[in-house]
Design a protein around this ligand. Structure first.
Ligand code: HEC
Length: 135
């Protein structure tokens, strides 16, 4: 009796998978998510704003505290992008100023170190790259 119930449950799981159009398990879903992300990255990699900001971020120390998708000392860049995506362009100058001056309190207690050697122009280019990462 238990067995019958079990195979019934399995049948339900299988059929609900079929309905959601992914062929088998969550593994397929993961592959799809990666493919979508890659496609988005491909689109961005031809974007000069993206390229310039990424190069500046890579040259500075940003990546010791920030990753695109994971939290390190600082918030993930994609979350920063999502938080500010719907705000007007003036946010770029504000965030650039924050990078130069450093600070805390928006995302938590951890401090971002000041980057006094970074120009306002370069900091704005970095911010524009970060804001392009929104989901
Ligand atoms: C010592 C670690 C550290 C380094 C290095 C660092 N950050 Fe940060 N960053 C943080 C932390 C911590 C926060 C969250 C600050 C807060 O809560 O106000 C943050 C926040 C930010 C924000 C969001 C600011 C806000 O007010 O929401 C941006 C944009 C940013 N960082 C960009 C950069 C860039 C670009 C660089 C490289 C020039 C950089 N960070 C280097 C730790 C760091």
């Amino acid at each position: 009796m238990k067995k019958i119930f079990l195979s019934f449950a399995v049948a339900i799981v299988i059929s609900s998978c079929g309905n959601s159009s992914s062929e088998t398990t969550s593994g397929t879903g993961d592959t799809k998510a990666t493919e979508t992300k890659d496609a988005a990255a491909d689109d961005l990699s031809g974007n000069p704003v993206y390229q310039k900001g990424l190069a500046l971020v890579a040259k500075s120390d940003c990546l010791t505290c920030h990753k695109v998708d994971d939290k390190l000392t600082g918030p993930p860049y994609r979350e920063v992008a999502d938080k500010y995506a719907s705000l007007p362009d003036t946010i770029v100058a504000h965030l650039a100023g924050k990078i130069i001056k450093g600070g805390n309190g928006v995302w938590g207690e951890a401090f971002m170190t000041p980057h006094a050697a970074v120009s306002q122009e370069d900091a704005e280019a970095m911010v524009k790259y970060i804001l392009l990462l929104k989901k």
